[in-house]
Design a protein around this ligand. Structure first.
Ligand code: SF4
Ligand code: SF4
Length: 355
C-alpha cells in the first residue's frame, strides 16, 4: 500500500521567514503531527551539527515544529545522543553546550534540549528485536520512555550509507555509543602499504587515535577503530580501503536499530526531511563538506521509508542523475530503504502530494 509523502518546494534564495511559513503550511495540511495528543511526552530528534558544520536544520525551523507539537498538546523536548568519534558531541556536557552555541536555546526553539548521558546504565534501554544482525539494540532510554516521536532530519550524502535521512537520524542517532559501535564494528580500514606515502593525515584525523605511522606507513589498531571512515576521506593516495560488503551491513544494522526505536510507535511517529543545503557528507563533518545538489524543499510523512525514498527521488530528479552515487560511488544507499521495507518499517511505494 502506498504511503503519503507531502512536499513543499523551497528555493535557495528564500528567506527563513518564507521557509517557516511553508513549513507551517506543510505540517498543518499534511496532518503528520496530528497523532500528538494532550500531555504526550514528545521527543523531537535532531542533529545539532558538529562544530563548524553549517548544514544542520536551523533552530528557527525547529521552532515551527516544536510549536506545532506543543499546539497539539505535546510536552516537547529536543534531543540527540552522543557520538562515537571524539568531537564536540561525544559527551553530554559539551554536546549540550554546542547545541546552545548553534542556537538551539529555549528562547529560540520553545523547547528544552536533553542529551542523555549513556555512560549511566539507567539511561540505556536494551530493546529485543531479534533481527538478522542485531538481537538486542542499545538505544537511549529517552526514546523508549516517550509517548510520541518526531524526527526532523537533514537529507544529505554520507560516506558509509550513500545518503542519510530519517532512517539514519533514527537508527544511528538514537543508538547509544555502544549501539553505534555495534553498527560500525566491521568497518576498520585496510591500508595498502604500497600506496601509503606516510603523510600522516590519517593519524591526525582519527578521532580515537587508532592509527600510528610505523616506518612511514600507516598502521590501524582494529581494537580501537570505530569505523568512522574519516581516514578514507583525508588520504591523498587512496591507500585506505574499507570492506564495503561489511559497509553495506552497516545500513542493515542501522535500519534494525530504527526498528528498535519505532516498533511500538507506528501510530505515534512523524518525520520531516529538509532536502536543502544538501552536502556530500553528514552534519558530523565540520569542514570539507561541499554542496552537491540544489535546494529542493521540505517533506513530511508518517512513513520513514517513504519519506527517504521520496527525498532521494526528488533530489536526484533536480540533479538529473543519482547525485549520491556520484558522490559516493562505492555505496548503494538505496539498500537501507529496501531492507527497511523488508523488515516492516514502511513502504518504498509512495504517493507524493505537492503543496
Ligand atoms: S575508520 Fe579510520 S579514522 Fe575512523 S576510527 Fe578507524 S582508523 Fe580511525
Ligand atoms: S593518509 Fe593515506 S598516505 Fe597518508 S599516511 Fe595515511 S594511509 Fe598513508
Amino acid at each position: 500500500m502506498k504511503s503519503r509523502v507531502y512536499f513543499i518546494s523551497v528555493g535557495s534564495s528564500q528567506s527563513q521567514q518564507v521557509i517557516n511559513q511553508k513549513l507551517k503550511r506543510l505540517i498543518d495540511e499534511s496532518k503528520v503531527l496530528d497523532f500528538i495528543h494532550k500531555n504526550d511526552k514528545v521527543a523531537l530528534k535532531l542533529h545539532f551539527g558538529e562544530e563548524g558544520n553549517t548544514g544542520f536544520v536551523r533552530p528557527q525551523h525547529v521552532r515551527v515544529v516544536s510549536d506545532a507539537a506543543i499546539g497539539r498538546g505535546g510536552d516537547v523536548f529536543l534531543t540527540d545522543n552522543n557520538t562515537l568519534y571524539r568531537g564536540r558531541r561525544s559527551n553530554s556536557k559539551d554536546h549540550l553546550k554546542l547545541a546552545y552555541e548553534h542556537g538551539f536555546t529555549k528562547e529560540v526553539t520553545n523547547a528544552d534540549v536533553i542529551i542523555p548521558d549513556d555512560t549511566q546504565e539507567k539511561n540505556v534501554a536494551c530493546v529485543e528485536i531479534n533481527q538478522k544482525f542485531i538481537k538486542s539494540a542499545k538505544v537511549a532510554r529517552i526514546f523508549i520512555d516517550i509517548d510520541a516521536f518526531i524526527a526532523v532530519s537533514h537529507f544529505k550524502g554520507h560516506i558509509l550509507t550513500g545518503f542519510g535521512g530519517a532512517l539514519k537520524n533514527v537508527g544511528m542517532g538514537c543508538a547509544t555509543r555502544q549501539g553505534k559501535l555495534a553498527q560500525h564494528c566491521d568497518l576498520a580500514p585496510i591500508v595498502h602499504a604500497d600506496r601509503c606515502i606516510g603523510c600522516g593525515e590519517c593519524e591526525i584525523i582519527c578521532p580515537v587515535k587508532a592509527i600510528k605511522l610505523v616506518n612511514k606507513k600507516s598502521v590501524v589498531d582494529n581494537a580501537k577503530c570505530i569505523g568512522c571512515a574519516s581516514c578514507l576521506a583525508v588520504c591523498p593516495t587512496m591507500a585506505m580501503f574499507i570492506d564495503f560488503n561489511a559497509g553495506s551491513q552497516l545500513q542493515d544494522k542501522m535500519v534494525e536499530y530504527s526498528l528498535a526505536v519505532l516498533k511500538d510507535k507506528k501510530e505515534k511517529s512523524g518525520f520531516i526531511n529538509f532536502a536543502i543545503k544538501i552536502n556530500k557528507e553528514c552534519d558530523c563533518w565540520g569542514t570539507q563538506n561541499p554542496r552537491i545538489a540544489p535546494d529542493v524543499g521540505i517533506l513530511a510523512s508518517n512513513d520513514p521509508v517513504s519519506i527517504d525514498q521520496a527525498s532521494f527521488d526528488l533530489v536526484n530528479k533536480a540533479c538529473g542523475k543519482d547525485i549520491f552515487k556520484a558522490a559516493h560511488p562505492e555505496q548503494d544507499g538505496t539498500k537501507q530503504l529496501r531492507y527497511a521495507q523488508g523488515i516492516g518499517l514502511g513502504s518504498l511505494d509512495y504517493e507524493l502530494i505537492k503543496l
